[in-house]
Design a protein around this ligand. Structure first.
Ligand code: SF4
Ligand code: SF4
Length: 422
């Protein structure tokens, strides 16, 4: 029985099948160069605004703005949505770990012993365990799940230490040959309110649900007698693994686009030695649609999304080298986030794949976008107004804040809020 490819080997699914174009000049990425890590150690990225951006997630004296979507209740909800994932991230900060963001999760119990003996052929065992794992994962709350092989190219060369603000060794064992990738759906109605602090709730709920589901699936694997390293934003790039695991395709905005939720997902992955049959990439016309659509690049306020064809251009050290693709300028994107004091997902909101696929019309639209009718599909999408922003007050149920005065330095008595039901 083997566990799949070992460290350095390539998995069964080829790059061509997944739509990857990886050049000779490819270089693996170190998490230290991720723009969020750079916002701590790199003066090119770290500013008083970026410090403030992080502070709004923690400090009670938030400087909320007198603009709907950025008021106290919006930040209160957004920060509450991050609470579970924050607890796990901060649990072992004393030993220089930020689990889920910079380090794998470790809050797991030991399994009860080695796996059961099996005389099944290797492929049969891997197929059976994969079916069981997917059934278990859905029961534990996974919205989407796929399986692929370990591919060292997407694993960060080094982890990042927040304490020393430099690289630290990658701790992933080299004998975990399979990767289970999950995607958790983000709330569509919250995403419709972006730009707003309120919309960041969709991100926080996605991460908190990712945390819970990743830990539960990893514990299932441990209980079955195998090893498991659950990881969220840490350890490896998620999107190439997700594409190979059949969860979706790559979009112009640099995000995964899934058939089931479009780009509205948060990803997590579990490295394991459980023998598992691999999934294959699923294409449904995203690349061809992105070639004729510019909804995200047109709508992006700082113009951080590529308007032209895929290329191996890099904007700064936060881009991986040697992969031909649509690349976003992470510095511009993050600066915009900092300046508006919350994360942004305008590119997700406007993307025509961002739909409710429980509706038949959305499924018909997706089918059209996968055929020669895609220009018509895009025209219909624009005509429908689907990607328009919904006012945060409308999301709150029609209550509006009137006469709000929240300028910093004013007393609480001055901050009169009059609720009016529309
Ligand atoms: S998140 Fe916002 S700023 Fe960043 S690429 Fe998307 S639209 Fe642009
Ligand atoms: S908005 Fe259009 S171009 Fe951008 S990722 Fe979505 S489909 Fe592709």
């Amino acid at each position: 029985m083997t566990a799949g490819p070992q460290s350095g080997e390539r998995p069964v699914v080829s790059d061509a099948e997944a739509g990857f174009e990886v050049g000779e000049d490819f270089e693996r990425f170190s998490q230290k160069d991720d723009v969020f890590c750079r916002s701590f150690w790199d003066p090119e990225v770290r500013t008083s605004r970026s410090d403030m951006f992080y502070e709004t997630y923690r400090t009670p004296e938030l400087r909320w703005r007198p603009v709907e979507g950025f008021t106290r209740r919006d930040y209160a909800l957004r920060n509450a949505s991050w609470h579970v994932t924050d607890l796990f991230a901060e649990f072992r900060e004393g030993v220089d770990r930020r689990e889920g963001f910079l380090d794998p999760y470790t809050v797991l119990r030991d399994g009860p012993g080695p796996p059961d003996e099996s005389d099944e052929p290797e492929e049969v065992l891997a197929a059976r365990l994969a079916v069981d794992l997917k059934t278990a994962a859905r029961a534990l709350g996974a919205d989407l799940i796929g399986i692929t092989g370990y591919d060292e190219r997407w694993v960060y060369t080094h982890a990042y230490s927040r304490e020393t603000e430099t690289e630290k060794p990658q701790e992933l064992p080299g004998d975990l040959g399979n990767v289970v990738v999950i995607a958790q759906a983000m709330d569509r109605k919250l995403v419709q309110t972006v730009p707003s602090a309120l919309s960041g709730t969709a991100t926080g709920v996605g991460y908190s649900s990712d945390t819970v589901v990743l830990l539960a699936i990893a514990q299932y694997i441990l209980n079955m007698g195998y090893a498991a390293a659950p990881t969220m934003n840490d350890t490896a790039l998620a999107i190439p693994l997700a594409i190979k695991a059949g969860l979706g395709e790559y979009g112009r905005h640099g995000l995964l686009i899934t058939r089931e939720y479009g780009p509205r997902v948060r990803l997590g992955k579990i490295f394991t030695n459980m023998p598992l049959a691999h999934d294959r990439p699923r294409r449904f016309g995203v690349r061809e649609t992105c070639e004729v659509c510019r909804a995200c690049s047109d709508a992006c306020p700082p113009k951080a999304i590529a308007m032209d064809a895929p290329s191996d251009r890099v904007y700064n050290i936060s881009n991986i080298r040697g992969v031909r693709k649509w690349t976003t300028d992470a510095e511009k994107c993050f600066r915009f986030w900092s300046n508006q004091n919350t994360d942004c997902s305008i590119c997700v909101r406007v993307c025509p794949y961002n739909r409710d696929y429980s509706r038949r019309l959305s499924r018909i639209w997706r089918w059209m976008a996968g055929t020669g009718l895609r220009r018509l599909a895009l025209w219909l999408d624009r005509l429908s107004g689907r990607g328009r922003r919904v006012a945060p007050d409308t999301w709150w149920g029609g209550t509006r804040l009137v006469g709000l005065n929240v300028a910093p330095g004013r007393g609480a008595q001055e901050n009169r809020r009059k609720l009016r039901t529309e």
